[in-house]
Design a protein around this ligand. Structure first.
Ligand code: IMP
Length: 189
């Protein structure tokens, strides 16, 4: 039976086990290896959420590679995207002529991925690919392009394996989805 956890009074149920994540990471790494043989791509991790997936993925990749990071603002402490993306940390690497692989934890509306494309494409990379562990197929804006997907998931709020709930629970080894919200007291009740 799937494990349940309670966070801030909300109940979460295990959605993707540690074992299934490991298998998916290996599969993605093998595909990236095949597609980039003979090149030295730059993996760009999107902080904070992608840090665990990023570290696991690049250790499964066997081709030579470099790493860099971008930090974007995301949900703050909420469970729904604000719709605004802000750049909190820019790249240090030279993008021109390089094969760039953006590493995301999750693509929800796709706004972050589109923002990153518009940031990087004008710097003339040789190629630009996006890999995400999780992809919310029903929430994503039409036309958002992602090259490598670990798992397509429903539009539930999820935590663990790098993904946070108000900055907590990134260190969970599996991915959990929101199952039942805690009853909140009504104002003035
Ligand atoms: P997008 O711009 O709407 O695609 O959202 C991308 C970012 O929102 C991700 O990199 C995460 O930081 C955050 N995010 C999206 N869905 C979830 C979720 O279910 N749990 C936690 N964070 C999420």
């Amino acid at each position: 039976m799937a494990a349940h956890i309670t966070v801030n009074g909300d109940r979460f149920v295990e959605m993707i086990s540690e074992r299934r994540i490991k298998t998916a990471v290996k599969r993605l790494a093998r595909k990236i290896d095949r597609d980039h043989r003979g090149t030295v791509p730059v993996f760009i991790g999107i902080l904070n959420g992608a840090f665990i997936f990023f570290a696991d993925l690049i250790r499964e990749v066997t081709i030579d590679c470099e790493v860099d990071f971008l930090k974007l603002s995301s949900y703050g402490d909420a469970k729904i995207s604000s719709g605004n993306v802000r750049l909190l940390k820019d790249l240090n690497c030279q993008v021109e002529g390089r094969d760039i692989i953006i590493v995301e934890d999750i693509v929800d509306t796709g706004l972050s991925v589109e923002y990153i494309r518009h940031l990087i494409a004008p710097q003339n990379p040789r190629s630009l690919k996006v890999v995400t562990l999780l992809f919310k197929a029903d929430s994503v804006k039409p036309g958002t392009h992602v090259d490598y997907i670990g798992f397509s998931i429903p539009s539930d709020f999820v935590i663990g394996y790098g993904l946070d709930y108000a900055q907590r629970d990134r260190n969970l080894k599996a991915v959990y989805r929101l199952h039942a919200k805690a009853p909140r007291e009504k104002a003035g009740a």
